[in-house]
Design a protein around this ligand. Structure first.
Ligand SMILES: [Zn+2]
Length: 456
């Protein structure tokens, strides 16, 4: 539904629209093979290390053979590297292949698509860690596999796919201009109540707390930064959560220790997270003992170019090879994050590889005149094709500068589109300036920062 129409609907019809969308989401996420995958995953997480190794070796071989049969890009690469998928013995053989960068994906977009794939696909795009949106195709089957993985993570903490929940994300379900409660919308199809980050401020939080205290939420899920803002305001206003959820799940950004402590103490429950990325070619989820376990059934996570730390842990770039998305498979894809692997027999009893922490997901944020903290601007760029990359910079309160590296077809009308997007989705009164540059400097660590703040 068009945003303009949605915004003009009475709240009861907005709830209805959310529910209709919910039915579609339910079908695409929890339909098809979801149940089968979910049940298989609940069993396979207990495989011993030998069985995991065999599983991955076999999955990888069949993926590579499949790519050789179907994907023009890999046919070319395999030839160039004289690589024989049929001779693959173990996941170590991956090292014979080049890494796949985001720029490679952009340049070879058409050739990475499986021309023979006949399942349902959706056009997806990245968010977050790179700042420039990357488009790719994702099969519905892979969507269902990923949801099965995510619900396996939840299952470790006593949550089931049918449980009711509250979400806290950037989704603008509640129009930003709304001044009176309710500052949430109900998606009855998914038993989901949607809270929007733009309404998390001192005036509105007491109403949000009232809604949360009516209870009925088995769990919350959302961005760590948003839940942290909410928790901080609740704490500051001395409000109390009287009907806490069983557990809170965060994702999409790193869950920092100080955020976790605050969220956990204010909501009076456990907080856990999992590591994933939109490209969907790898995932890791925390267990009851708080280590991330690689979700080995979904793909291979490589620790590339590692540094060995004093305590024996290894920190390296994350390369991901996904088993699930046959519409557009990524092999040795450079995600843009680094992670620290630890060799440890986890007390939970699972023998999949363990990750201590994922680094490089900690971004700066912009502060809006409404005092909201905004970490992610990626969704305002999602329809812009003439931008090579962009960075949002805040030097002064009340304003931001969008720094843009243009492509050939860029014209100044795009400023208006972007400004409107900011005013509709981020803040109605934030001043937006533009700056055109030839390139956006990287940080000392080499990392691209999508949002950069000079506010102390
Ligand atoms: Zn464990």
């Amino acid at each position: 539904m068009k945003e303009k129409i949605y915004k003009s609907l009475p709240i009861i019809l907005q709830n209805f629209a959310c529910t209709i969308k919910g039915f579609q989401e339910r079908k695409s996420r929890l339909g098809g093979n979801f149940k089968k995958y979910y049940e298989e995953l609940l069993v396979s997480q207990w495989y011993d290390s030998k069985k995991i190794e065999d599983f991955q070796n076999e999955k990888l071989k069949s993926l590579l053979v499949y790519c050789n049969d179907n994907i023009p890009y890999y046919q070319k690469i395999f030839k160039e590297y004289n690589f024989k998928p049929n001779e693959v013995k173990s996941i170590k053989d991956l090292e014979k292949l080049p890494i796949l960068t985001k720029e490679d994906v952009r340049e070879n977009y058409q050739n990475l698509i499986n021309p023979k794939f006949n399942g349902k696909v959706t056009k997806a795009h990245t968010s977050g860690s790179t700042g420039k949106s990357l488009q790719f195709l994702f099969s519905e089957d892979a969507v269902q596999y990923r949801w099965a993985l995510w619900f396996r993570h939840k299952h470790r903490f006593g949550v089931n796919p049918d449980d009711s929940y509250a979400t806290f994300t950037g989704q603008v379900a509640v129009p930003i201009s709304q001044k009176k409660p309710p500052f949430w919308r109900e998606n009855h199809a998914m038993k989901q109540t949607v809270f929007t980050m733009h309404h998390i401020n001192k005036e509105k939080v007491p109403h949000i707390v009232d809604r949360l205290n009516k209870g009925g939420f088995v769990y919350y899920s959302g961005y760590a930064s948003i839940l942290y803002s909410l928790a901080s305001i609740i704490d500051e206003l001395n409000l109390k959560i009287t009907a806490p959820p069983k557990v809170i799940f965060t994702g999409a950004e790193a869950l920092l220790d100080y955020q976790r402590e605050k969220i956990s103490s204010v909501f009076g429950c456990l907080v856990t997270d999992q590591y994933g990325f939109s490209e969907g070619c790898g995932n890791a989820s925390r267990c009851e003992h708080d280590l991330f376990h690689e979700d080995f059934e979904y793909g291979i996570l490589e620790c590339y170019n590692p540094t060995v730390n004093a305590d024996g842990t290894k920190t390296g770039q994350v390369l991901a090879t996904g088993f699930s998305n046959l519409a557009m498979p990524f092999i040795r894809y450079q995600v843009g994050d680094t992670a620290t692997w630890i060799e440890k027999k986890c007390e939970c009893g699972r023998e999949s590889k363990t990750i201590l922490e994922v680094n490089g997901r900690n971004e700066d944020f912009v502060i809006t005149p409404e005092q909201n903290k905004i970490l992610r601007f990626d969704y305002i760029f999602k329809d812009t094709v003439n931008i090579v990359e962009a960075q949002v910079v805040q030097r002064k309160l009340g304003e931001i500068t969008i720094r843009i590296v243009r492509r050939k077809g860029y014209d100044l009308n795009e400023e208006k589109i972007l400004r409107d997007e900011v005013h509709n989705k981020i803040s109605p009164s934030l001043e937006v300036h533009f700056e055109y540059v030839d390139e956006i400097e990287r940080e000392i660590t080499g990392k691209f920062r999508a949002v950069k703040s000079y506010i102390k």
